[in-house]
Design a protein around this ligand. Structure first.
Ligand SMILES: Nc1ncnc2c1ncn2[C@@H]1O[C@H](COP(=O)(O)OP(=O)(O)O)[C@@H](O)[C@H]1O
Ligand code: SF4
Ligand SMILES: [Mg+2]
Length: 391
């Protein structure tokens, strides 16, 4: 018998070596698959509905770390209808950014890999098949060269911190023109300059002819985020992914940027996937809401369904945890007890059960199935199994 009992939270040298070996094997296999030459048919598929701009089905994204496999996005499915704002909410580390990076094919490889599922993007480039079904791209299978044609043009992204996303050594005008040239290589210098001025005007920047000569450090945080939005809109995208676009800004600027985002969404007819941990922002902006917890979707529905009739104990908990002016000044702010589970080697069961006050016998079993409450509202929780006559 060894002198010291084994700590279950620590890996032995042998276990660690086994994990590294199997990770290397898996990463090599996935990277090799990505480099294989494929025909367009391989990454072309059919949309479930032509009214959606994006359909995510059973998406699974992992990070192969030396401590084990982190399942950051664990078989999630949701749709982004055309011309709408969809809010993706959940606490820090629940997989919101990894979902958006998977859509953009920007997950940090080789450790980060999309290992399963489909991301169907409804592009105008492809028509319909013989049966009249709308054809689309499956981003999970697209080679990088083909992805570059739609990234930044058809799908663009606004990041949280504009100072780290903008290049500090180029003027803002140059950075807008660069995106314009990328998708319009034949354009003249005058056309590109005019486009930069038009884009800055669209996002409400005063004196755009002067500001295009400014470097990012010469602008305020709010103006920098406006420039980021201008860059994101330059390719006339059909889908804009905004990952916590206002978290780095102060409150007054936050509302201006959100208003701008809503206006440009209406004007350009694009869909927006708004990622945030702020329920207030979602309530104000979104048409549909997807609630994530530990890499899984726990509830999704229209903004009215999620706010007026939240069903999952986690959704109810985060709404209760929101500070309100009406609450008693002496009462303590509610917080959901416990912590998010360790994302390594997570089991196939409800991941909220360690923190849930409504946990019952059935919660010890497999991960709950999707329970459809209405056509648009679904929840993943054993509490509602009986309502469907299931045991
Ligand atoms: N490069 C990485 N390597 C390992 N794990 C990562 C990496 N990026 C993200 N993760 C893990 O993926 C999970 C989801 O992260 P993320 O999507 O960034 O969360 P958020 O919902 O706050 O945006 C977290 O548990 C995080 O630790
Ligand atoms: S499945 Fe059970 S533990 Fe999980 S949220 Fe529902 S009631 Fe709580
Ligand atoms: Mg994030």
């Amino acid at each position: 018998m060894s002198k010291h009992p084994k700590n279950p939270n620590l890996l032995t040298f042998k276990e660690s070596r086994e994990i590294i070996k199997s990770n290397l094997r898996e990463m090599k296999r996935l990277e090799k698959k990505k480099r294989e030459k494929v025909t367009p048919e391989y990454f072309t598929t059919k949309m479930k509905s032509a009214d959606n701009i994006l359909e995510i089905e059973d998406l699974e994204t992992c990070f192969f770390t030396d401590n084990g496999v982190v399942r950051s996005v664990n078989k999630i499915s949701f749709d982004v209808p055309k011309d709408t704002i969809i809010g993706l909410v959940g606490e820090s580390g629940c997989g919101k950014s990894v979902t958006s990076l998977s859509i953009m094919q920007l997950v940090q490889a080789p450790q980060g890999q999309v290992v399963g599922g489909e991301i169907r993007f409804n592009s105008d480039d492809l028509g319909t098949d013989e049966s009249g079904n709308k054809l689309c791209y499956d981003i999970t299978k697209m080679p990088t060269a083909d992805m570059c044609r739609i990234r930044g043009k058809d799908i663009s992204m606004i990041f949280q911190e504009p100072m780290t996303s903008l290049n500090p050594v180029f003027t803002v005008g140059y950075q807008i023109e660069e995106v314009f040239y990328l998708h319009n290589p034949e354009a003249t210098k005058e056309e590109a300059r005019q486009k930069a001025i038009d884009m800055l005007t669209l996002v409400g920047i005063p004196m755009p002819e002067t500001i295009i000569e400014y470097y990012p450090h010469q602008l305020s945080g709010g103006m920098r985020q406006r420039v980021m939005i201008a860059i994101a809109l330059t390719g006339n995208p059909k889908l804009i992914i905004a990952d916590e676009p206002t978290t780095a800004l102060d409150v007054t600027i936050q509302s201006q940027i959100l208003k701008l985002l809503k206006n440009v969404q209406k004007e350009c007819g694009a869909s927006v996937m708004l990622i945030t941990h702020d329920l207030g922002v979602v309530a104000e902006m979104a048409d549909y809401v997807v609630v994530m917890y530990a890499g899984k979707i726990v509830e999704k529905g229209t903004v009215y369904e999620i706010f007026d009739n939240p069903m999952h104990p986690y959704t109810i908990g985060i709404q209760k945890a929101k500070p309100s002016l009406a609450s008693d000044a002496d009462s303590e702010l509610y917080s959901i007890p416990g912590n998010v589970p360790n994302p390594i080697n997570i089991p196939d069961e409800c991941l909220f059960k360690g923190r849930c006050s409504r946990r019952c016998g059935k919660c010890e079993g497999k991960y709950p199935k999707e329970i459809k409450i209405t056509e648009t509202h679904s929840v993943f929780c054993h509490l509602y199994d009986e309502e469907r006559g299931e045991e």
